[in-house]
Design a protein around this ligand. Structure first.
Ligand code: SF4
Length: 63
């Protein structure tokens, strides 16, 4: 299964991915972007976040 992955070293916490795809991306208590545990990820929404991310910090990983 494919799962979105955020490169925390590149992420600047601009919150863009949270704005465009809140069902997948959120800010956790530690102040980092976290990816929701879902059985299937909405590809269009994640693609939008990938496109939006100014740091190119979002990608897919194969599990
Ligand atoms: S859009 Fe990219 S840089 Fe902005 S919070 Fe999300 S992962 Fe981080």
């Amino acid at each position: 299964m494919k799962r979105p992955l955020v490169d925390m070293a590149a992420c600047t916490m601009c919150m863009g991915c949270v704005a465009v795809c809140p069902e997948v991306f959120s800010e956790n208590d530690a102040g980092y972007i976290t990816v929701a545990d879902l059985d299937a990820y909405p590809e269009a929404c994640v693609a939008e976040a990938i496109k939006y991310c100014p740091e190119d910090a979002i990608g897919w990983e194969e599990e």
